[in-house]
Design a protein around this ligand. Structure first.
Ligand SMILES: Nc1ncnc2c1ncn2[C@@H]1O[C@H](COP(=O)(O)OP(=O)(O)O)[C@@H](O)[C@H]1O
Ligand SMILES: [Mg+2]
Length: 258
């Protein structure tokens, strides 16, 4: 995809996300431009996955505020329509689908993204770059979707999907349970390749570890449903040594009187 450089790919303004009547994301402003890698880091339960799922249009969440994808409002659109317009969410817990091979799943996903059938030859060509980078074993695409996949294989599928679909913006939500080293390297290689292709990336992560392999341009700290700090990659290193607590909102103090 040819994206004008420095285009605003994904922006949200005062984004609030509710489950039932509980506000989980409490007013987020975010702007991701072409080729930018953003890391969204924060403690468990702060609402990171909720934010990512709501951006993708997960029906469990009610959203207030604005979400723009390449300048167009998308908050009212279905997840499928958002995907067609170039938003991608890597799933935390992909499901097993017996009887559907990796290849047929990926080809169907590409057809949905492009809005047309994809001939096998074109599909193979598009897959080649992903195959090269991810060192996909020969038999991988013939296997059934997520059926007995290791953590590394699930990640490989997710990253293959991302590279194939060439989204404008990829939201990658890493499990807080942690990836093994194989999975980490796969994700990192994919993320770095995607960023070179000018995709915008939002890498959601609890741990600093993946940032040893992926250098983010911008790091956001997310706590209690809000972005409490935004800085460069040095912030991730600081979080590793200091944890998150020092960034928590100070307890409301009694106003000084007299
Ligand atoms: N579908 C849902 N139903 C009920 N509560 C939810 C739902 N999704 C998220 N939450 C709640 O929102 C809070 C934030 O969760 P989550 O977004 O998973 O945090 P994180 O990814 O930062 O660990 C948690 O208290 C969680 O229980
Ligand atoms: Mg999460």
């Amino acid at each position: 995809m040819n994206l004008p450089t420095n285009e605003r790919l994904l922006s949200c303004r005062d984004l609030r996300v509710f489950v039932d009547d509980k506000e989980i994301v409490k007013g987020v402003d975010l702007e991701i431009r072409t080729g930018e890698k953003h890391a969204l880091m924060g403690p468990n339960g702060s609402g990171k996955s909720t934010l990512a799922a709501a951006l993708m249009g997960h029906p469990a969440y009610r959203v207030e505020g604005e979400i723009l994808l390449r300048g167009e409002p998308i908050a009212g659109l279905s997840p499928d329509e958002r995907a067609r317009r170039g938003l991608f969410l890597g799933f935390q817990y992909p499901v097993a689908v017996p009887g559907v091979t990796v290849a047929s799943f990926l080809r169907a996903a590409l057809a949905a993204r492009l809005g047309r059938e994809v001939p096998v030859r074109e599909f193979r060509q598009k897959m080649q770059a992903a195959f090269d980078v991810l060192e996909v074993p020969k038999n991988f695409t013939g296997r059934y979707l997520n059926d007995g996949f290791s953590g590394g294989e699930k990640k490989r599928l997710e990253v293959m999907q991302m590279l194939l679909l060439e989204p404008a913006v990829a939201l990658l939500d890493e499990t807080d349970s942690g990836l093994d080293i194989d999975a980490l390297k796969i994700v990192s290689a994919g993320v770095n390749l995607a960023a070179r292709a000018e995709m915008g990336l939002l890498l959601v992560t609890h741990y600093q570890r993946i940032l040893d392999y992926v250098q983010p341009d911008i790091v956001h700290v997310f706590m209690g449903g809000r972005i409490v700090r935004t800085a460069g990659p040095e912030l991730a290193r600081e979080l590793e040594t200091r944890g998150y607590d020092w960034l928590a909102d100070p307890a409301p103090t009694a106003t000084a009187r007299g």
